[in-house]
Design a protein. Structure first.
Length: 108
């Protein structure tokens, strides 16, 4: 289900659970907004089926909160150590190139 917050557009499925929540992190994809939006519907379908845990991107309606550490919008796709390799494969199948993996425990 796609949910819109104050800053992020989320794809979440309340039935999804991580196998190893202590290792939760995210694949970060920096791309133009049109690429992110085009891919997000497919990502949402994968979240709905449980193949991907959850994902988010900034809707950019509050530019004062936009991340200044990336030159373009960022898509975050969540996984854990058990599922991150499969999640990466799915993202590649969608034609997305990841920029980095970041554990939530190491986030900014």
């Amino acid at each position: 289900m796609i949910e819109r917050g104050d800053y992020w557009v989320w794809s979440v499925n309340d039935d999804n659970e991580l196998e190893d929540p202590d290792t939760v992190g995210k694949w970060i994809i920096v791309a133009p907004m049109r690429i992110i939006k085009n891919a997000f519907q497919s990502i949402n379908e994968l979240v709905e089926t449980g193949e991907i845990y959850k994902a988010k991107y900034p809707h950019q309606q509050h530019p004062e909160y936009d991340w200044d550490r990336y030159p373009l919008p960022v898509l975050c796709v969540y996984a854990d150590n058990t599922t991150k390799d499969r999640t990466l494969e799915l993202l590649k199948e969608l034609g997305l190139e990841t920029d980095e993996w970041r554990y939530d425990s190491n986030s900014y």
